[in-house]
Design a protein around this ligand. Structure first.
Ligand SMILES: Cc1cc2nc3c(=O)[nH]c(=O)nc-3n(C[C@H](O)[C@H](O)[C@H](O)COP(=O)(O)OP(=O)(O)OC[C@H]3O[C@@H](n4cnc5c(N)ncnc54)[C@H](O)[C@@H]3O)c2cc1C
Length: 480
């Protein structure tokens, strides 16, 4: 397995990254991107650390591998995977680390769908997927996944668009591979991973076969251009003022494929349009389990900071505060119960791969996403307006005004002003800064938007059971 140092070194590979319009010659030397790299290095540090080694690593035939790459076979595998994701995210200041999480979700889905294509079409994709998987696992690589196409007019299919490149497509096939053109949006951790796995974003029709494409390539492949988002890019060093954003960051790119060559052995779907939707869906179902797992430290932090502010402001007896706290706890613990249930009630798929229960995963994701903003409001309410009007670390340390802050910004007796302001700043980061704005949009859109979760729930629900009960209760004969 690689060390965090080796991981960081591996990113100096000539990849074509742009930040605020400027080419970045070395991502490890760029202050904003370096923050994202150091955040991602948590996954490697966990494997190196005594405390987390047993969780972060698994053994197979005498070799050690990152647990992220363990193909889940049982509920226990899924629970341990979830535990690993939760622990890494907690160490990541409530921000998911993602460099192995999302890629392994894609690898699991590729195994299942490659197997299905081979069965139906006599192709040999599974062999390619397995070789790629073994190489990723043995080299302990960091992965990103580019699924979401830029999509143009959302009401139109790929062929109905103003130009043919709103969805990534194959523009040429050669004996050695394919040439692809298009752009994927919002690709997380692409600036700091080693390989990007590309998947279709939706189902395709027969005349859209060129859009049914999946593959993996290194991030320094010729023609691949990474235009990084600068959202939140005014890095603050003060750990006091910004306890989370000073250390943790994730960066997305508009990922442009400017006629990129992909060798045959790295192509996992090439025109088999009937399987594009299946691949998109299977990836998302694994990925939403990752999502609901990595949300848990965030919701726990919301509950914890509400508890701290309640105590520090002397609000424990206030009825409305207790009511808000009860809602926060119910929100967090419902999510935790659903994550556990999705793993315990897993389905056994092809190749002995265990899939978290799709209905439960989508219920959990919907529950998280649709209530998240209300939970932020409860925490802000309990914490008070200092969340956005409080002094900075520099004021606190100032020989001129520090004494006023210590005198006037106390709360309950016995709580230091220092601790009270630290708790307030945590609430600020969780609910009212760029960091929380990012988390809030992530909550709504990442891993598919809310409507996609509802569709999955309706599709997966055992409606026959309920309909039959309704018929029986109403006295309707079964034949009708
Ligand atoms: C922080 C962040 C990180 C992300 N990371 C990744 C990543 O690593 N890899 C990746 O591939 N993707 C990633 N995503 C993308 C994410 O999956 C998408 O944002 C999500 O699928 C929504 O797509 P969109 O952003 O294009 O929004 P849209 O699809 O435009 O959605 C906007 C609204 O339009 C609605 N809508 C869209 N199409 C239709 C339609 N045909 N009919 C009716 N309503 C419609 C949606 O329901 C929604 O309400 C990330 C997103 C975020 C915010």
């Amino acid at each position: 397995m690689r060390t965090s140092k080796q991981y960081i070194e591996s990113l100096r590979d000539g990849r074509e990254v742009y930040f605020k319009g400027q080419r970045v010659p070395d991502v490890t030397a760029h202050a904003e991107i370096r923050l994202a790299i150091d955040h991602a290095a948590i996954d490697f540090e966990m494997a190196e650390s005594k405390e987390h080694h047993a969780l972060a690593v698994y053994e197979e035939e005498g070799n050690e591998f990152s647990r992220y790459f363990k193909l889940p076979r049982t509920s226990e595998d899924l629970l341990l995977r979830s535990q690993l994701i939760q622990t890494a995210t907690a160490l990541g200041g409530t921000l998911v680390v993602l460099i192995k999480e999302i890629g392994s979700d894609a690898l699991f889905a590729l195994h299942l769908v490659a197997h299905a294509i081979d069965q139906h079409k006599g192709t040999a994709y599974l062999d390619r997927v397995r070789k790629f998987y073994e190489s990723v696992r043995s080299h302990d690589l960091a992965l990103s996944v580019a699924q979401t196409d830029v999509k143009g007019d959302r009401s139109k299919s790929p062929l109905e668009q103003e130009h043919p490149d709103f969805y990534l497509r194959i523009v040429r096939e050669t004996p050695d591979g394919i040439i692809v053109r298009g752009a994927k949006a919002h690709t997380s951790v692409s600036v700091n991973s080693n390989e990007v796995i590309v998947l279709p974003t939706r189902a395709m029709k027969a005349d859209e076969a060129a859009y049914a494409v999946a593959f993996a390539i290194p991030l320094n492949t010729k023609g691949l251009k990474l235009i990084a988002s600068s959202y939140g890019a005014h890095h603050q060093d003060s750990n006091f003022d910004f306890p989370l954003a000073s250390k943790h960051r994730m960066i997305e790119t508009l990922t442009v494929f400017d006629d990129v060559f992909v060798p045959n052995e790295r192509v996992f779907l090439q025109g088999e349009w009937e399987f594009a939707g299946e691949l998109a869906k299977t990836f998302v179902e694994f990925h939403r389990f990752t999502a609901i797992s990595y949300k848990l430290p965030l919701v726990d932090a919301l509950v914890g900071s509400a508890l701290l502010m309640m105590e520090y402001n002397g609000l424990e007896r206030a009825k409305h505060v207790q009511e808000k706290l009860a809602r926060l706890i119910s929100y967090a613990e419902t999510l935790r119960a659903l994550v556990r249930l999705a793993a315990l009630d897993c389905e056994s798929g092809a190749l002995g791969i265990a899939l978290p229960r799709t209905l439960i995963v989508n219920m959990a994701k919907l529950h998280f996403a649709t209530n998240f903003h209300q939970m932020l409001a409860y925490v802000q309410d309990i914490a008070g307006g200092l969340v956005v009007t409080g002094p900075s670390e520099a004021d606190f340390e100032s020989p001129d005004v520090g004494k006023y802050i210590r005198k006037y910004l106390g709360g309950r007796a016995g709580v230091t002003v220092d601790d009270r302001l630290k708790a307030i700043n945590l609430v600020k980061e969780l609910t009212a800064t760029d960091f929380s704005g990012y988390q809030a949009v992530l909550a709504i859109h990442a891993e598919g938007s809310i409507e996609a979760e509802k569709l999955a729930m309706v599709r997966e629900h055992d409606s026959l059971r309920c309909k039959q009960l309704a018929k029986q209760l109403a006295g309707i004969a079964d034949a009708h």
